[in-house]
Design a protein around this ligand. Sequence first.
Ligand SMILES: Cc1ncc(C[n+]2csc(CCOP(=O)(O)OP(=O)(O)O)c2C)c(N)n1
Ligand code: SF4
Length: 301
Amino acid sequence: MQEFKSLKDIPKQDNFTGGSSACAGCGPSLGLKLALKVLGLDTIIINSAGCMTLLPLYPNTPLKASWIHNAIENAASTAAGARHGLDNLGNEDMNVVVYAGDGATYDIGFASLSAAAAKNERIIYICYNNQSYGNTGFQWSTATPYGSETKTTPRGKENPTGTNIVNKDMLKIMGAHRVYAATASLAYPVDFLNKLSRAKERDGFSYIELLGACTAGWNYDPRLTIKISKLAVRCGMWPLYEIEHGMLTLNKDFSELKPIDEFLKMQGRYRALPPDGVDRLQALINEHWAELKEYNKQRYV
Ligand SMILES: Cc1ncc(C[n+]2csc(CCOP(=O)(O)OP(=O)(O)O)c2C)c(N)n1
Ligand code: SF4
């Protein structure tokens, strides 16, 4: 397995060049750029309809690797089919990778994802989680965090919290499929690349969920993508951990989490979240963090 120890080890080769139609500072685009550094060109990316679908538009593409446009519902099934086809042709070294948003992953394509994971298909599924249906204008998904405003969960007198549903615990759900499941962050690229490198070598299904900071939907200055991504980890909004054979490993442990205030203040989607909403969000984060600390290096699911 290729192991990355520091930023210096990250390959210089760029398989995602300039000229894409994504927003400046787009986290999911940066995630794909990084992922292709370790996946390389012997890779087929299967993308479900979403923001990333607009990257390669005939006759132009910023990507050097192969790409399949897929419906939202079934990227994992397409990937499993591609895997079997390639294996039958003797092309076992080609990486088959899904790159899908959280709407496609948590909601619309979940049946296909769950089936492929249950069958332990040898594919890598990367969910870039921008915590919304971004491409259609930032609507609520079951990955949207409590307290975030979206187009379909607007803040108002009747509903000052905006999103008042607690997001799905997708890592736990995927971990319970007995596959490799991990979170990743753009602010910790060495950790992300090592997780991908590990997934590449595994003889089975791997699920990696990358927090995909979304400048347009989260409503922040595009220059802050990495800063916000880092704060999300430091304040426990996006802990870095992995689950394998049901065992949990916390990859970045901190003796104390930063309070969420700074993270919230940087983004328009949390503007005007009332103090009791902030408290409830902080309590949800604390509860999750305490659970991860308690089960670290133990059977979790
Ligand atoms: C079954 C179906 N419903 C709705 C759409 C319209 N649609 C296209 S992209 C998109 C958003 C997908 O959200 P997500 O998977 O989170 O990816 P993102 O847009 O955030 O990159 C939607 C709803 C569709 N293509 N297919
Ligand atoms: S809306 Fe968000 S995810 Fe979509 S291209 Fe823009 S920054 Fe990227």
